[in-house]
Ligand binder design. Sequence first.
Ligand code: UDP
Ligand code: MG
Length: 219
Amino acid sequence: SRPTLTVVSPFYNEVEAIAEFCLQLRSVLDAMDVEYEVVLVDDGSTDGSWEAATGPDWPQRTVLRLASNAGHQAALDAGVRHSHGDFVVTMDSDLQHPPEVVAELLATIRAESVDVVYAVRSDRREEGRFKRWSAHWYYRVVRALTSVPIIEDAADFRIMSRFVVDVVNAIPDKKVFRLILPSLGFSFSTVAYKANSRYAGESKYSLRHMTRLAIRSSV
Ligand code: UDP
Ligand code: MG
C-alpha cells in the first residue's frame, strides 16, 4: 500500500546539517498522523554525509546513493522516481526549507485540490547579496529565453499529487526538474514561508552553477 506522503530531499556534502535535518523532519512527520516515507538522495557526497544520513534508525527513511555528483536537479529526479506517496514533497536538506511547512503543504494541496503547491519564500532580505542577485537574474534569464511561466522564488520546495509525479516520471530526460511543472501547466497554488539561513556550510550554487542552471533551463 502507498504511503500518503513522500518527502524527497537531495544532499551534497551536508555533513553538518543532514543529521539535524533528519531529526527535525522526523519530529514534524511523526506528529502529522499520516503514513509517510522519506527518500534522501546522496548526490555523490565525499564528506561523511552518507554516514550521517543513514545514522540513527528511522524505518520510514530510504537513502539513495548516486555514483557521483549529478547535480541538484538530477538528484531530485532520482528521488522522485523512487517515491510511492499519494503526495510528494521535494525540499532542501540544509534546513533552509523549514520542515514545519511540509504539514502546511499537505493541508493546502488537499484543501484546494490542485496539482501542485509551491512554497514561495516571502523574504530574501537576510540572504547574501550574491545569492539575491544571482537568484533574481536566474529567473529573469529563464523567463526571457523560454516561455515557461516559472514562479520567482519557488525554487524546489513544493508538493505534487501522484498524478503530477506519474506525468513527470514519464519524461525520460529532464535537464531541469524545476521547469517541468510550470511548463506543463498543472494547476497550482502557493504558500509563503520564511526561509532559514543555511544550518551549516556554504551554498553549492556558485556563479558557475547558477549560470549552468540558467543555460540548461533555457535550451
Ligand atoms: N545539492 C545537491 N547536489 C548538488 C548541489 C546541491 O543535492 O550538486 C543539494 C544541497 O545539499 C541542498 C540543495 O541541493 O540540499 C540546495 O543546494 P544549496 O543549499 O547549496 O543551494 P541554495 O540554497 O544556496 O540555493
Ligand atoms: Mg540552501
